[in-house]
Ligand binder design. Structure first.
Ligand code: GUN
Length: 310
């Protein structure tokens, strides 16, 4: 039986509706949470992401503003901008879109964001809150992974979870959230011995490596839940063939768009995993939409924590 497809677009829509309802209730109390997005230079992928974030703010009723310093911006200039946003009371969330240009000290800029406004959850104070299970702001993509599992009725407590990838943005916080939800967690990376064997232990397999279709069916225990965090642009016809060999289900539409556009978006999980897994997030339409939904959620959470508590 092919895997159950976990519809991230639907779950993200539900979360955005819940956030919109909260924003409406806050408006009645005279509060409108606000998000400031900082987009440095003209990275095309970042421009697309930021457009999506600003549009989502409009849809759920949040105030948002965009700051677009030039590609040549210095660390000092960005620190001044962040400090100004930290001081402004109507700004509840600050998001500095990554990557920053090479001349900028990214860690210093991210450290300058007030932890109470750090809607990305990247500041070491929020990393510490997460690791010690205190209330704080949790990175959006890993938080989205947990929402998909919970809202799909997939149990986490007591399950074997394997996270492939140890980035600060996805792998490490995803592992921490799974530990906090009482899973037994293994984190794998490029130096892991027998990666397929370790992955096959997983009841829940989270792929966050950044390599198209790397998780093939031999990595997956039959019936496991596979969460694909990857977003890779495939442009090579040979690579396309490896992933979407003719004759498999759903491939006709992929072929059409690949030939029309010259690329297609592929996760870290090989499409054939759908024949082994019990449940699987698609790419696109899986974890991706959750990232923006959780950013909206975090902005409202930051507003509530900062304005209404302690
Ligand atoms: N660039 C890619 N993903 C992210 C993210 O989650 N947050 C920020 N700020 N930049 C990113």
């Amino acid at each position: 039986m092919p895997a159950r497809i976990l519809d991230g677009t639907k779950i993200a829509h539900d979360i955005r509706s819940e956030v919109a309802a909260e924003v409406k209730a806050m408006a009645a109390a005279g509060v409108r949470p606000g998000l400031a997005v900082v987009l440095v230079g003209h990275n095309p992928a970042s421009e697309i992401y930021v457009r999506g974030k600003v549009k989502a703010c409009e849809e759920v009723g949040l105030y948002s503003e965009q700051h677009t310093p030039p590609e040549t911006a210095t660390t000092a200039e960005l620190l001044t901008l962040v400090e100004d946003l930290n001081r402004r009371d109507e700004i509840d969330g600050i998001l500095v879109q990554l990557p920053l240009p090479p001349q900028v000290d990214s860690k210093r800029v991210l450290m300058a964001v007030d932890p109470a406004k750090d809607v990305d959850g990247f500041h070491p104070v929020n990393v510490g809150f997460l690791s010690t299970q205190r209330p704080g702001l949790v990175p959006c993509t890993p938080a989205g992974v947990i929402e998909i599992l919970k809202r799909s009725g997939i149990p986490i407590a007591g399950q074997e979870a394997v996270v492939v990838g140890r980035s600060d943005i996805v792998g490490k916080p995803a592992a921490m959230l799974l530990i906090n939800a009482n899973a037994t967690v293994t984190v794998c990376h490029s130096k892991t011995h027998d990666l397929p064997g370790v992955c096959r232990r997983a009841d829940i397999l989270v792929a966050a490596i950044g390599r198209a279709g790397m998780i093939t069916r031999d990595f997956v225990k039959p019936g496991a839940t596979v969460i694909d965090v990857g977003m890779n642009k495939v442009t090579e016809p040979a690579e396309f063939q490896r992933l979407f060999a003719r004759g498999l289900a759903d491939n006709a539409k992929r072929e059409e768009t690949f030939h029309a556009k010259g690329w297609t978006l592929v996760g870290d999980v090989h499409p054939q995993v759908a024949e082994v897994a019990g449940a699987l997030t698609p790419v696109p339409g899986g974890v991706g939409p959750l990232t923006i939904a959780m950013l909206m959620y975090n902005t409202v959470k930051a507003a509530k924590l900062r304005r209404f508590s302690g």
